[in-house]
Design a binder for this molecule. Structure first.
Ligand code: NDP
Length: 339
């Protein structure tokens, strides 16, 4: 088995030196376990947090351990009644080309429903994150104006399109003209602001105010940084903010773009804002309902999605580092093995 291990902990921004490729022999699966050959690996921003030795909602990866992550793969051997050789499953394979999973932690996929890698993106945790944020946290309603950062990223793409389908006005924020064109022309967002074209929170606030003179009712927070500083002054009374992530700050960068806490606190008070953090792991019980609703939309093209695929497990670290800086265009996936 080939796997990417955490070789050292990053100081600030991670580098390729923080990872190491290792080859090892796997034991046979034990009772209740399955041996899986990884086909697709998902790379997600939360993995940056797990590289630090800091307490969070997910435990840190230990030095010398395989980087954690979700993958889609094929069962090569099964000692669990629910799985047979040849089944396609999604589970925590880690950054590895083979893995032993507990059967009760894997989910069988139906390859006729959608391309199997969508279980890592639009029809998996990514899509569920978008759906839960919009539905359960923001209580999005027709006629409201929603703003969303990383609007053409994995989560953003789904949240923005679902919001449009529900009759909201959607203002996207994305990095670069090409991403912004995609947001408006392909995904149907009403406006998109290129954050590269605005230096600080003040400039962002002006651009967001110009794009949404009616103000922002709902903010799907993915990025923090100057985007958040631009959103807060534009929030309407009784608005809601769902804190999903803050990728601009994950490596301790862009802190000078933060609004002072007293100003944020005051805006929350004056505008009677509701601010709520959420984790997709608390919404896993909705996975089947969510897939049933979205799978037909993916199949008939009503819900567009885009994959940013890197070939080869050995290239996962580079793809991960690029994604953290906005180098991805769509859901970041690694093609680890053949179908
Ligand atoms: P994306 O596909 O959106 O990739 C990350 C994107 O972040 C980049 O493409 C880039 O887009 C944007 N970005 C990076 N740096 C900055 C910056 N300084 N300012 C503004 N934008 C920046 O990743 P995901 O869709 O997987 O994740 C989106 C967010 O959702 C993350 O914060 C992630 O941690 C969070 N998340 C939270 C979950 C939860 O349970 N709460 C579950 C899953 C994801 P651009 O080029 O447009 O700037």
């Amino acid at each position: 088995r080939r796997a990417i291990l955490l070789a050292s902990r990053p100081q600030g921004e991670p580098t390729a030196d923080n990872f190491r490729l290792e080859t090892a022999t796997l034991p046979d699966p034990g009772k209740g376990e399955i041996l899986v050959r990884t086909i697709w690996l998902s790379l997600d921003p939360y993995m940056r947090g797990r590289m630090d030795d800091a307490k969070s909602y997910a435990d840190p990866v230990e030095l010398g351990d395989v980087m954690g992550g979700q993958g889609v793969g094929q069962v090569l051997a099964s000692r669990h009644d629910g799985f047979a050789e040849g089944d396609i499953v999604v589970g925590m394979t880690g950054w590895a080309d083979h893995a032993i999973l507990r059967g009760d932690e894997a989910r069988k996929l139906d390859p006729s429903r959608a391309p199997v890698q969508t279980a890592l993106s639009v029809l998996g945790m990514t899509g569920l994150t978008a759906w839960a944020g919009l539905t359960e946290i923001l209580h999005a309603k027709k006629g409201q104006t929603l703003a969303i950062g990383a609007a053409t990223g994995a989560v953003g793409t789904v949240a923005a399109q679902l919001a449009k389908a529900r009759g909201l006005t959607v203002i996207g924020i994305a990095g670069g003209e090409e991403k912004c064109r995609y947001a408006t022309d392909e995904l149907g967002m009403d406006a998109c602001i290129d954050h590269h074209a605005h230096d600080d929170g003040k400039a962002m606030a002006k651009a967001i105010g110009d794009a949404a003179p009616q103000g922002i009712d709902l903010y799907f927070e993915n990025v923090g940084g100057k985007t958040l500083a631009g959103i807060v002054p534009n929030m309407n009374r009784d608005g809601r903010i769902a804190i999903c992530g803050m990728v601009a700050w994950y490596s301790g960068k862009n802190l000078d773009h933060a609004m002072p806490l007293p100003a944020v606190w005051r805006a929350i008070l004056v505008n009677r804002l509701t601010v709520q953090g959420f984790l997709v792991s608390d919404h896993m019980h909705r996975m089947d309902d969510f897939v049933a609703e979205l799978a037909p939309m993916v199949k008939d093209g009503r819900l567009k999605h885009r994959e940013d695929v890197t070939e080869g497990l050995e290239n996962a670290p580079q793809a991960f580092l690029a994604m953290l800086g906005g180098g991805n265009f769509g859901k970041t996936l690694v093609r680890v093995g053949p179908d």
